[in-house]
Design a protein around this ligand. Structure first.
Ligand code: CDP
Ligand code: MG
Length: 748
């Protein structure tokens, strides 16, 4: 169906066809026609033709480096010219020359992400004006991987002319003019450069994903567009439902790339599957055993599940191979926390077949593989129908990642991955009835499912005072907005009028959630900014503790050696210190069941945050290690940011979150060997039970002292925690009373 619509909307290769509705608004067709005959020397930035661009690409010398093009370049160029977008290069240029915003839709793999930015580079020649072209990606993995690919396509060194920027990693240089970046990074840049003046064009890729940051960026661009008439904006989407983007950007023109996909046959299970993981693994084996050549893509929800599945698939297939029933396989995991080199393996070729039995590549991926990354050669898709999705409950202020059913649109996208190179098959591990009745049409945009604390802080910093008037594509729920304002007010980032305070200004400089930023900034006052810096860095990277299936007990023992009696934040600090004291040694990490990659990355994050601290003039200090307050200071500093994430142990032994009164349990991963009365937690994990993860013991009197506005007992729901706090408060005031009366006596 998608093919049909696409071809109706975009008659192929007819840049000068008057009947083409997308060119109807074009004002000066004559000028661009004349230019077809122009030579490279007369190429006017922002006014070139596809022919001119292609001629430059076909030349001998790379115009951007002055070096001769390599043979690899020519081989890749040949392939690029076969991509569906190639035919539309002229149409695209015509549209972008006459319209500030262009919406472009096309199936995954049609060449949007890799080619369109290059078309713009050849056309606008940003490097001549010392400008850049940005192409934003919702996912870090995609930004890195696509930048690498495009640097190869342009025959330049990654990080030079073509680079990427993701949080805590900037792989660009002064010569970069094409920059792939996460949408969050571009938003961050907008804080110091509100008109994005370094960019001649911004390409918003994967707009259909509707991530929180993409939505904010769209709103921001809408404000920038009239102030920057020279700025070009391209909104790219993989789904055909682009009308919403066109309308949002004042009816901007649409270009749709005709699809070039093959039919995909869809299979449903006759009965609902009880265990989708088990069913998925079984389906992989069946495909490998019975189906003709072609690679397999299995969609799962997260790292642990994927690694687990990969192990089981390998075992199953080894067994089949032992019995001489099956060809060789290469099983490749793909998820966002995988290191770049390992991610790159999804592009490896499948192993050759043996004795007439096909060899296969089996990719087990999160929904990264849904639209952001194109893997050629996939013929079979297995879709269990789930993905990890953010959910937010503003009433109890809990944001969590939850394995949830995907939407019909996502299922469509997944199935489409099977038809890239030839007709394929998609195995849906749910019933057809369930597809029709249970799946929603479209996933809700993330902005409707998120805690907006960070976003509101960013918008305030961007100078957007009146958030209600901000033109959101889908405005967030008022309650969610209120919660965000309230959080920032409690943290002291916004005053009672909702204006950014100096503290809020400083907080917004850190690429961190508001609570973390506040904690880091306050830590100097608690004489432990060096230590909090390490803890924040450790909290910002993927889990450092390895837990291999075949060595659970040893791994747990190793972890226990880093445990701290007061809790997990301090355990993380111990790990970081031990890592540094052991010279960041790889085999030491291995022997202690620690993920060296995560530790390395924590070290890098720490460096970068430290630089921001220095720039902001925040002291880097420590309490002497032998001081009895060394750990107390750290725990108090934790509270200065996370006082809204505290739980109190009830008589029943359960914990109850302070003020919101949610029943929670300590996560089994905690290093605590006892159950303290009061704990601070870093994360709320929603599964079949509610867990709090990364917890550290705190004292109730600290709550009253460090966050009196939040722990204002006159304004506190009636519960055991309140009664406890009242007791503490009475004790304190009588203490204080004694104290003053003594003093008074002295005075007298
Ligand atoms: O953005 P879109 O999904 O439209 O396509 P793309 O990411 O630009 O990919 C176009 C083509 O480039 C793919 O079909 C692959 O053949 C190739 N490609 C690649 O070989 N390696 C990559 N890392 C990315 C793309
Ligand atoms: Mg793409």
């Amino acid at each position: 169906m998608s093919e049909e619509r696409a071809s109706k909307r975009a008659p192929s290769d007819s840049a000068s066809d008057d009947s083409n509705p997308y060119l109807a608004h074009r004002k000066d067709k004559k000028r661009s026609k004349k230019q077809d005959g122009a030579t490279a020397s007369t190429m006017q930035p922002g006014n070139t033709t596809a022919k001119q661009g292609e001629a430059a690409e076909d030349g001998d010398i790379n115009p951007f480096t002055g070096r001769p093009f390599s043979n690899t370049y020519r081989a890749i160029l040949k392939k690029r010219r076969e991509l569906p977008v190639t035919k539309l290069r002229q149409q695209f240029l015509d549209l972008i020359h006459s319209s500030q915003v262009v919406v472009l839709v096309g199936e995954t793999g049609s060449g949007k992400t890799t080619q369109i930015p290059q078309y713009l580079v050849y056309d606008m020649q940003p490097q001549q004006a010392g400008m850049m072209i940005a192409c934003t990606q919702p996912r870090r993995v995609a930004a890195m991987s696509v930048a690498k690919r495009v640097s190869e396509e342009m025959d330049v060194v990654l990080g030079q002319e073509v680079g990427y920027a993701i949080r805590f990693e900037d792989c660009t240089s002064p010569s970069t003019f094409l920059k792939y970046m996460t949408d969050g990074m571009l938003l961050r840049e907008a804080m110091t450069d509100p008109l994005l003046s370094r960019y001649s064009a911004v390409i918003l890729d994967e707009a259909h994903d509707r991530t929180l940051q993409t939505d904010i960026l769209m709103g921001l661009l809408k404000e920038i567009i009239p102030k920057r008439p020279d700025l070009k904006v391209v909104v790219m989407s993989a789904t055909l439902d682009a009308g919403k983007f066109q309308k949002y950007f004042n009816n901007s023109p649409l270009l749709s790339v005709p699809g070039r996909t093959f039919p995909v046959e869809i299979f449903y299970t006759p009965e609902p599957e009880r265990d989708y993981l088990e069913a998925a693994i079984r389906t992989v084996s069946q495909i490998h055993l019975c189906e003709p050549e072609g690679d397999v893509l299995l969609f799962l929800t997260g790292e642990d599940e994927i690694e687990d599945a990969c192990t089981k698939i390998r075992l199953n297939i080894d067994e089949m191979r032992g019995a001489g029933q099956a060809g060789p396989v290469k099983v490749v995991p793909l998820y966002s926390t995988l290191p770049p080199a390992a991610q790159q393996r999804i592009f490896d070729p499948a192993p050759a077949g043996e004795a007439g039995r096909p060899g296969r590549k089996i990719v087990v991926a999160t929904n990264i593989a849904e639209t952001s990354l194109t893997i050629d050669g996939i013929v079979y898709v297995i879709d269990p129908g789930f993905s990890k999705q953010k959910v937010y409950n503003p009433r109890v202020r809990v944001e969590s990642l939850l394995v949830s059913p995907i939407s019909k649109a996502a299922a469509q996208q997944r199935a489409g991955r099977a038809g890239r190179t030839r007709p394929g098959k998609a195995f849906r591990l749910y019933t057809e009835k369930s597809f029709n009745k249970d799946l929603i049409e479209q996933t809700y945009p993330e902005i409707l499912r998120s805690n907006l604390g960070n976003v509101v802080l960013q918008l305030k910093k961007l100078g957007i005072e009146n958030l209600v008037r901000f033109d959101f594509m889908d405005p967030p729920a008022p309650e969610t907005m209120m919660r965000a304002l309230e959080l920032l007010n409690y943290l002291g980032a916004l005053d009672d009028e909702g204006a950014l305070t100096p503290l809020g200004q400083t907080m917004s400089e850190f690429p961190l959630d508001p609570e973390m930023a506040k904690m880091l900034i306050s830590s100097a006052r608690f004489h432990c900014s060096n230590e909090i810096l390490s803890i924040v860095a450790m909290l910002s990277v993927p889990n450092v503790f390895l837990r291999p299936n075949d060595a659970r007990r040893q791994a747990e023992e190793a972890k226990r050696s880093f445990a701290h009696p007061d809790g997990d934040h301090l355990c993380l600090l111990n790990v970081y210190h031990a890592y540094k004291n052991n010279d960041e040694d790889n085999s030491w990490c291995w022997n202690n069941f620690l993920q060296q990659r995560s530790l390395k990355s924590a070290d890098n994050v720490r460096q970068q945050l430290m630089r921001i601290m220095e720039r902001m003039d925040i002291d880097l200090v420590s309490t002497p290690f032998n001081d009895k307050n060394y750990y107390v200071n750290i725990r108090r500093a934790l509270l200065s940011g996370f006082f809204m994430q505290v739980a109190h142990q009830e008589r029943s032994g359960h914990y109850m979150t302070a003020k919101d009164n949610q029943i929670v349990n300590l996560h089994p991963s905690t290093c605590l060997d006892h159950k303290p009365d009061w704990v601070i937690y870093h994360e709320f994990v929603l599964t079949t039970r509610n867990y709090i993860r990364t917890v550290t013991e705190v004292k109730p009197e600290w709550l009253l002292e460090l966050a009196p506005q939040y722990y204002d007992l006159r304004n506190f729901p009636n519960c055991a925690a309140k009664r406890e706090l009242e007791k503490v408060a009475r004790g304190k005031s009588s203490h204080a009373h004694e104290h003053t009366s003594k003093k008074d006596k002295k005075k007298r």
